[in-house]
Design a protein around this ligand. Structure first.
Ligand code: NAD
Length: 276
């Protein structure tokens, strides 16, 4: 697969840490240049710390160390103008975007029974986890259609295929992202732009990529923070959590020309969690 990404440019949202950083590093390792976008600061209403600017710069350095040319962009996927500016800068620098990974996402505010979810919390969740992906497609799609080439990868979740109690906003947004994946795939198939989704199960908070989401999901569910990993592991048929690199491997394949026939596909990468 290595040579497949040489000369390609990958645009990754939520790239400062976690799965986004793991994917950025894998794309860089396989020869792609990378555009790394993250909000880089906390967002009012999100009950935990999002990544900061220095974490985004750290991802950039890790990618540069693998030989990639890197563009770093501080932007909020809630703002169409942020994404428009980011894409213009990326296009000025590289002249093309071959791969878009819609990865930016939040796990909370969550933890309330559906009728107790406030409208603000509902809107915030949908705005980032679903509409943010649509906004990025809106900016980058036209360039891919014009070149008749591109791979868009939406990072959904097992919450995109099954429900989790007291996570209505997250579940609705991630199911919506599957709908967006299929609809965009149908629109773009004649233009040779592929759109697919990955639905990861519980991803370990790996220190190497400073991941944080699983512990935050556990906190929203009131699970003991010392034992949260074992609680999640118990629900895995294979008794293992996912590693960020597992997501990166799937994304690499979807980005490559080897996945040319993968159109509107949904990869559940969850150790068998969702087949039960
Ligand atoms: N960790 C898990 O167990 C898990 C499981 C299934 C799916 N996912 C999905 O994988 C993706 C990555 O999650 P992660 O575990 O790496 O979490 P994470 O919190 O470590 O990373 C998410 C990144 O998105 C950024 N971000 C958040 N809001 C943003 C915004 N408005 N604009 C730009 N950037 C923003 C954050 O700053 C952070 O760097 C998310 O979409 C998440 O829903 C995670």
């Amino acid at each position: 697969m290595a040579s497949e990404l040489v000369g390609k440019v990958a645009f990754i949202t939520g790239a400062a840490r976690g799965a986004g950083r793991a994917m950025a590093m894998s794309f860089a390792r396989e020869g792609a240049d990378v555009v790394l976008l993250d909000v880089g600061k906390n967002i009012e209403g999100v009950p935990y710390s999002l990544a900061n600017e220095s974490q985004l710069r750290a991802t950039a350095e890790l990618c540069e160390a693998k030989g990639a040319a890197v563009e770093v962009l501080l932007a909020d996927v809630r703002q169409q103008s942020d994404l428009a500016n980011a894409v213009q800068r990326a296009m000025r620098r590289f002249g093309q975007i071959d791969i878009l990974v819609n990865n930016a996402g939040i796990a909370g505010p969550s933890g309330a029974i559906v009728h107790d979810v406030s409208e603000n919390d509902w809107q915030l969740m949908l705005d980032i986890n679903l509409t943010g992906a649509w906004r990025a497609i809106k900016e980058i799609g036209p360039y891919m259609v014009a070149r008749k080439s591109g791979s868009i990868i939406n990072i959904s979740s097992t919450a995109g295929v099954v429900a989790y109690r007291h996570f209505a906003g997250y579940v609705a947004a991630k199911h919506g992202l599957i709908g967006l994946t299929k609809a965009a795939a149908l629109d773009y198939a004649p233009h040779r732009v592929r759109v697919n989704a990955i639905c990861p199960g519980s991803i370990r908070d790996d220190r190497r990529v400073e991941g944080k989401m699983l512990s935050e999901i556990a906190r929203a569910l009131d699970i003991n923070q010392d034992e949260y990993e074992s609680v999640f592991i118990q629900s895995q048929p294979n008794n293992e959590l996912l590693a960020p690199d597992d997501i990166a491997q799937a994304a690499l394949w979807l980005a490559s020309d080897q996945a040319m026939k993968m159109v509107g596909g949904v990869i559940t990468l969850d150790g068998g969690f969702s087949i039960k």
